[in-house]
Every structure is written in C-alpha cells, then in structure tokens.
Write a protein that binds this ligand. Structure first.
Ligand SMILES: [Zn+2]
Length: 144
C-alpha cells in the first residue's frame, strides 16, 4: 500500500523575520510580528463602513467581513465573528499583567489583536483588531 501523506496544517506560511521586515511596513511589522497595538483612532479601518472582506496583510487569508463589523467606540476595527473560525487562531496572552485572548492569523501566525467577551449578539464576542493587520478588499458592486 502506498504511503498516504496526511496534511495536518494546510498552507502554513513560514517566513524569516528578515522576509517579514521586507514585506511589511514598520508599523505592520510591529503589530503583526511583535504583537504591538496601534494607537486607538489612528488606524485605517476603525470607522470604515465600506462593504467588503478584510484579509490578512501577512498572507492574504480572508479573516472578517464587513457584515460582522460593528462600531465598538474603542477606536479599533471590531468584529463579532471571523469569516471562518479556522482562519483565526486564539492564544491566551498573559502580557502586561492581564489575561487576554490573543487573535492570530491561523495561516501565517501574524498577530491581529485580542478577543473580548463584551461584544454584541449573536456571538457576544468582540474581535478587537488592528487596522495594520488588515487589508480591506471592497465588494465588487457589479457582483451583486
Ligand atoms: Zn496571515
């Protein structure tokens, strides 16, 4: 019988830190590779209402849709659910003396933001993201 290769983690992307630095702006690098947080109300997308899909800046994976985006008043783009839970990995983060759930891109490992349990219905979750990690691809009006 032929040996069957089992793919356990599809499209895991690994880059060296030098490759990441070449690909990302310094702010994107700080957020995505050093788990930094952009200053509230300074990012590209905190108040964006445009219809479309938010992709990972690191690898292009679709992460959130504008339909799950809500105005949280925090100054960061906030969503109540990812486009697919398989695309957003969760990791318990104990930095800064707090226990928070960190959200990472499941494909390239980029830091996206944090997940809090004070979001709106139906999930009750708030995915508090950094604009620097996201790339909005606007919906094609002709596709409607
Ligand atoms: Zn990614």
């Amino acid at each position: 019988m032929a040996d069957k290769t089992v793919e356990t983690s599809p499209s895991k992307i690994t880059r060296t830190e030098g490759e990441w630095r070449a690909q990302l702006t310094p702010e994107q690098y700080h957020v995505m590779r050093e788990a930094g947080t952009e200053r509230a109300f300074t990012g590209k997308y905190w108040k964006t209402k445009e219809a479309g899909t938010y992709h990972c800046v690191g690898c292009g994976s679709p992460l959130f849709t504008s339909e799950a985006k809500f105005d949280s008043g925090t100054g960061w783009p906030s969503f109540w659910a990812p486009i697919d839970p398989a695309n957003v990995a969760e990791h318990v983060d104990n930095s800064y003396g707090m226990t928070r759930v960190e959200a990472l891109c499941a494909h390239c490992g980029a830091h996206l933001g944090h997940i809090f349990e004070d979001g709106p219905a139906p999930s009750g979750l708030r995915y508090c993201m950094n604009s620097a990690s996201l790339d909005l691809k606007p919906e094609d009006p002709k596709a409607k």
